[in-house]
Ligand binder design. Structure first.
Ligand SMILES: [Cu+2]
Length: 125
Protein backbone atom coordinates (compact mmCIF):
# COMPACT_ATOMS: atom_id res chain seq x y z
CA UNK A 1 0.00 0.00 0.00
CA UNK A 2 2.71 2.40 1.07
CA UNK A 3 4.75 1.35 -1.99
CA UNK A 4 1.82 2.14 -4.31
CA UNK A 5 1.56 5.62 -2.90
CA UNK A 6 5.27 6.17 -3.40
CA UNK A 7 5.07 5.09 -7.06
CA UNK A 8 2.16 7.45 -7.69
CA UNK A 9 4.20 10.24 -6.14
CA UNK A 10 7.08 9.52 -8.47
CA UNK A 11 4.73 9.46 -11.42
CA UNK A 12 3.52 12.95 -10.66
CA UNK A 13 7.09 14.14 -10.21
CA UNK A 14 8.04 12.84 -13.64
CA UNK A 15 5.01 14.52 -15.18
CA UNK A 16 5.94 17.89 -13.68
CA UNK A 17 9.51 17.59 -14.94
CA UNK A 18 8.34 16.73 -18.45
CA UNK A 19 5.95 19.67 -18.43
CA UNK A 20 8.77 22.01 -17.45
CA UNK A 21 10.83 20.77 -20.41
CA UNK A 22 7.96 21.25 -22.90
CA UNK A 23 7.66 23.98 -25.50
CA UNK A 24 8.43 27.39 -24.11
CA UNK A 25 6.05 30.24 -24.55
CA UNK A 26 6.48 31.92 -27.91
CA UNK A 27 7.43 28.80 -29.84
CA UNK A 28 5.68 28.77 -33.15
CA UNK A 29 4.37 25.36 -34.14
CA UNK A 30 3.35 24.32 -37.62
CA UNK A 31 1.55 20.98 -37.48
CA UNK A 32 0.94 18.61 -40.34
CA UNK A 33 -1.94 16.22 -39.67
CA UNK A 34 -4.23 14.40 -42.08
CA UNK A 35 -2.36 16.04 -44.97
CA UNK A 36 -3.15 19.54 -43.75
CA UNK A 37 -1.01 22.35 -42.39
CA UNK A 38 -2.21 24.01 -39.19
CA UNK A 39 -2.15 26.93 -39.27
CA UNK A 40 -2.04 27.29 -43.04
CA UNK A 41 -1.55 31.02 -42.56
CA UNK A 42 1.55 31.22 -40.39
CA UNK A 43 2.39 34.63 -38.91
CA UNK A 44 6.06 34.94 -37.92
CA UNK A 45 8.47 37.59 -36.68
CA UNK A 46 11.93 38.08 -38.20
CA UNK A 47 14.41 35.81 -36.39
CA UNK A 48 11.70 33.51 -35.13
CA UNK A 49 12.16 29.73 -35.06
CA UNK A 50 9.29 27.61 -36.34
CA UNK A 51 8.94 24.01 -35.17
CA UNK A 52 7.31 21.80 -37.78
CA UNK A 53 5.59 18.69 -36.46
CA UNK A 54 4.44 15.87 -38.68
CA UNK A 55 1.74 13.92 -36.85
CA UNK A 56 1.00 11.65 -39.81
CA UNK A 57 2.46 8.24 -40.56
CA UNK A 58 3.04 9.54 -44.11
CA UNK A 59 6.18 11.51 -44.95
CA UNK A 60 5.67 15.24 -45.54
CA UNK A 61 7.74 18.37 -45.80
CA UNK A 62 7.22 22.09 -45.40
CA UNK A 63 9.14 23.63 -48.29
CA UNK A 64 9.05 27.25 -49.36
CA UNK A 65 8.35 28.17 -52.98
CA UNK A 66 9.05 31.44 -54.79
CA UNK A 67 5.68 31.13 -56.52
CA UNK A 68 2.26 29.85 -55.50
CA UNK A 69 1.44 29.04 -59.12
CA UNK A 70 4.46 26.84 -59.77
CA UNK A 71 5.52 24.89 -56.69
CA UNK A 72 9.29 24.50 -56.73
CA UNK A 73 11.75 24.84 -53.83
CA UNK A 74 13.04 28.37 -53.38
CA UNK A 75 12.82 31.60 -51.46
CA UNK A 76 10.92 34.87 -51.55
CA UNK A 77 13.30 37.75 -50.87
CA UNK A 78 15.67 36.00 -48.44
CA UNK A 79 13.02 33.87 -46.75
CA UNK A 80 13.37 30.22 -47.76
CA UNK A 81 13.17 26.97 -45.85
CA UNK A 82 12.89 23.23 -46.39
CA UNK A 83 12.35 20.69 -43.62
CA UNK A 84 13.09 17.84 -46.01
CA UNK A 85 10.76 14.85 -46.05
CA UNK A 86 10.19 13.38 -42.61
CA UNK A 87 7.73 11.12 -40.78
CA UNK A 88 6.17 11.54 -37.33
CA UNK A 89 8.70 13.88 -35.83
CA UNK A 90 9.81 17.46 -35.63
CA UNK A 91 12.04 19.69 -37.73
CA UNK A 92 12.66 23.39 -37.36
CA UNK A 93 13.72 26.39 -39.35
CA UNK A 94 14.49 29.97 -38.45
CA UNK A 95 13.19 33.01 -40.27
CA UNK A 96 16.12 35.33 -41.15
CA UNK A 97 16.54 38.17 -38.67
CA UNK A 98 16.56 40.64 -41.57
CA UNK A 99 13.40 39.26 -43.19
CA UNK A 100 11.29 42.12 -44.52
CA UNK A 101 7.89 42.55 -42.83
CA UNK A 102 5.12 41.93 -45.34
CA UNK A 103 6.99 39.14 -47.12
CA UNK A 104 4.61 36.32 -48.00
CA UNK A 105 6.01 32.88 -48.74
CA UNK A 106 4.00 29.94 -50.05
CA UNK A 107 5.02 26.56 -48.69
CA UNK A 108 4.08 23.08 -49.84
CA UNK A 109 4.89 19.40 -49.40
CA UNK A 110 7.50 17.99 -51.79
CA UNK A 111 6.08 14.47 -51.31
CA UNK A 112 2.47 15.20 -52.24
CA UNK A 113 2.78 18.64 -53.81
CA UNK A 114 -0.64 20.23 -54.13
CA UNK A 115 -2.72 17.28 -55.21
CA UNK A 116 -3.20 15.61 -51.83
CA UNK A 117 -3.01 18.45 -49.40
CA UNK A 118 -3.18 22.18 -49.43
CA UNK A 119 -0.36 24.64 -49.47
CA UNK A 120 0.37 27.05 -46.66
CA UNK A 121 1.36 30.67 -46.43
CA UNK A 122 4.02 32.17 -44.17
CA UNK A 123 3.66 35.89 -43.52
CA UNK A 124 6.46 37.95 -41.98
CA UNK A 125 5.07 40.45 -39.46
CU1 LIG B 1 2.72 15.62 -47.77
Amino acid sequence: MRMTRMIKGWGLGAFLVLTACGPTEGDTILSIADFDYTPNNLQVEPGETVRVRNLDTAAHSATSSPSSADLVPGAVENVGFDTGEFVMGEREFTVPADAVPGTIVTFYCTVHRDYRHGVGKLVVQ
